[in-house]
Write a protein that binds this ligand. Structure first.
Ligand code: P1T
Length: 381
């Protein structure tokens, strides 16, 4: 199956007892048994597996070209599961520009358990090579990164660690499998905040993992089962429903994203625009190679460099909603330094370029003209 078919049919079957075309929402915690340890069907207890979550997990495996999908109560619960593959003393090399909550989970929780994180810019793979030690067990990639839209050459990183006992995990939240397929490029695990493009309607919080090989999939499933960070059946149904229109939505997000990036690049009040589809993006060549289009996330700064200008601009938007999160059908605007990335220390934010005049837009699927008009109004204010 090709991608547009997989989002609808990938690993999906009519429900066996009724023929229902859509998987029902199995609102049950437990399943009856004939005799102890001998359930009537294939399910026992919904933390281990639930048919609605199973249908979503099968879909996730299909769209990311993996063997096993797992659905969690949030994106961070999915990352938490990956980190529990490791043991004290193990080392992780992670991209330095990443979602503030991922950074907080790494530094404020898992460093306590003696995991060691090294954060670097992955613009050149030799920088990654320099940091690998005999204790390195995991490479954590986000591409494009949140919020500065830096790219990582997934294949080059995977080639670098081939044959070594090091896993490569890719947070594919911004790109989605419609634009980029990390497992095909050699990664071992794909992670999503399914809250975003997979769900697609800003009506739930969810996370996902997909493993390339079965053994790793089983290890992750054991951690999910033992730790319990699962997604409930209603939200599983909603993510599955969202995935059916993923291809259509991301196509429109990408069209609108490019129009808005080009508009911003030509606006006299704008300094830098961060969008991988622009020729001015320093990794535009890699974007062309690694992604099939460039998505709906666009960040920019002001020529004035003033925080007050960014705040005033955000307060004057009307079609874009000022809110955390991204990837829904509606356009959102965010001030990373004060909102999504406030958990990264100010000094580190400054070093990375997450300045106080940086704005991140999640461009939705509305009419581009209305979005452009909204931005123009806010600039003129
Ligand atoms: O919010 P949650 O579903 O737990 O996902 C965390 C997460 C992980 N990875 C990336 C790239 C993310 O963007 C997120 C969540 N991000 C936001 C809420 C945000 O506005 O950036």
């Amino acid at each position: 199956m090709k991608f547009n078919t997989k989002v609808i049919h990938g690993n999906q079957h009519p429900e066996p007892t009724t023929g229902s075309v859509n998987v029902p929402v199995f609102l049950t915690s437990t399943f009856a048994q004939k005799s102890p340890g001998n359930p009537i069907g294939e399910y026992e207890y919904s933390r281990a597996a639930n048919p609605t979550r199973q249908a979503l997990e099968d879909s996730l495996a299909s769209i990311e070209n993996g063997t096993k999908g797992l659905a969690f109560g949030s994106g961070l619960a999915a990352i938490d599961c990956v980190l529990k593959l490791l043991k004290p003393g193990d080392e992780i090399i992670a991209v330095d520009d990443l979602y503030g909550g991922s950074y907080r989970l790494f530094v404020r929780l898992f460093e306590k358990y003696n995991l060691k994180f090294t954060f670097i810019n992955f613009d050149d793979v030799s920088k990654v090579e320099d940091k690998i030690t005999d204790k390195t067990r995991l490479i954590w990639i986000e591409t494009p990164t949140n919020p500065l839209m830096k790219l990582v050459d997934i294949k080059a990183v995977c080639d670098l660690v081939k044959g070594k006992n090091i896993l490569v995990a890719v947070d594919n939240t911004f790109a989605t499998p419609y634009l980029q397929k990390p497992l095909d490029l050699g990664a071992d695990i794909v992670m999503h905040s399914a809250t975003k493009y997979l769900g697609g309607h800003s009506d739930l919080v969810a996370g996902a993992l997909v493993a390339k090989d079965e053994k790793l999939g089983e290890e992750l499933h054991f951690i999910q089962f033992a730790s319990g960070g699962i997604l409930g059946p209603m939200d599983s149904y909603l993510v599955l429903r969202g995935i059916k229109t993923l291809a259509l939505r991301v196509q429109r997000h990408s069209e609108n994203g490019m129009k808005i990036a080009e508009y911003l690049e030509n606006h006299p009040a704008v300094d830098k625009v961060f969008y991988p589809g622009l020729k001015s993006h320093p990794q535009n060549d890699l974007a062309q190679k690694q992604m099939s289009d460039f998505g709906g996330m666009v960040s920019f700064t002001f020529k004035s460099g003033k925080k007050e200008d960014a705040i005033k601009f955000l307060e004057n938007l009307k079609v874009f909603t000022l809110a955390e999160s991204l990837g829904g059908v509606e356009s959102l605007a965010n001030h990373p330094a004060l909102m999504t990335h406030a958990s990264i220390p100010a000094k580190k934010r400054a070093e990375l370029g997450i300045t106080d005049d940086l704005i991140r837009l999640s461009v939705g699927i509305e009419d581009a003209e209305d979005l452009l008009q909204d931005l123009e109004n806010a600039f003129s204010k």
